[in-house]
Design a binder for this molecule. Sequence first.
Ligand code: ATP
Ligand code: MG
Length: 383
Amino acid sequence: MQARQPSARQLKLRDLVDAMRKLGIAARLGEAHPGNVSDARGAALAILSPDGVFLSSNRSAAELLGYTSAELVGLRLLDMAAERERASLAAQLSADPAREFAPITTMLTAHNGRPTLLVLHRQPIAANQAQQEQHDGQAAQLALFEEPLAADAPPADGAHLSEAVARDRLKYLMIGQQRERQRLAADLHDGLGQALTLIKLMVEDARMRLRRGQAEDGAQKLDATVLQIRETIGEMRQICGELRPLALERLGLAAALSTLCRRVERSAEGLAVNFRCEVDDRDVPDYLKADIFRVAQEALNNIVKHAAATEIRLALRRIDTGVLLTIQDNGTGYDTRPLSSEDIGSTGLGLAGMQHRVESQGGFLAVHSSDTSGTLVSASWTL
Ligand SMILES: Nc1ncnc2c1ncn2[C@@H]1O[C@H](COP(=O)(O)OP(=O)(O)OP(=O)(O)O)[C@@H](O)[C@H]1O
Ligand SMILES: [Mg+2]
């Protein structure tokens, strides 16, 4: 791969901020992938030379491609493209991003060999004369990488689905993804944002007391601050856990579900959650684990939100054809037709998202609800 000395150092922060702002606006107006681009926190950004050499990148961009930021510097985007995509990518890269805002969709090979479908948005960074001369009159580019939402990716079993059904499934998967993002953004805003503001106020208060010579008072305030920070760290772990259930990777499915059940039990007074797992973790393929976890999570959330139940039984067991997850509550139940598509829009999207998540892996979801025996959600997958 061709290496090159980074020249990003010469770029002015003001120009970079300006390019970032324009990129944000243009991406939103371009509108092909609105859900991802607004997620500025995790934005994967890099600065590319006009011919697509990485001059610098943030951690998100480097991680997306399986490198560290330092390793990525000097590598060429074109060298990461699959052989058959190279010519088309080269042509698209040579189009002037200042003239037309056109996202580039391409398949890149990450460092570990994993093919990664990415959408690349670019914005030229205003450059001074010297920089332009260095790059044959062209400016460096700020590049934003995004992974397309599921709706943009081909479905795993798309070949067997009618077009309308496939479109429908993808739509709900996409809505589900967006809702997860919104919920996480709200959690970050309401939980972490408020907690950090509180910590700042507490530290300022302690500092004021120390300056006034009230050492004991100041120390007490700092003790309270440490507790608050500990709580905030716990909260952050919980949010990270929701983003990608860490326990799932570290401890396996059974332990992650058990932790989830305990958390739900603690969150509502007078609620007992009974969990039974009769499945060996090694019998469940990795690609299904996150789905099983998410279905359990949504069903439990629904019970806490709507059912006024005192008891939940969550079970994961082997059946002849595969694996079965059941979540039974003894709550109020609700008008059935729970998975009727006519209801979508008038109620929430949790159940529809659940159904499409299960079906997109060839599974089956059923909900039975009555006002005498509560609600039973069962999801099965063929193994
Ligand atoms: N276990 C349950 N007990 C009682 N009612 C339930 C239960 N699960 C779902 N419902 C009812 O079904 C409706 C649809 O549930 P769904 O999960 O699709 O949406 P939601 O929970 O209202 O919103 P969202 O999940 O999108 O945040 C709920 O509004 C609620 O009235
Ligand atoms: Mg719900």
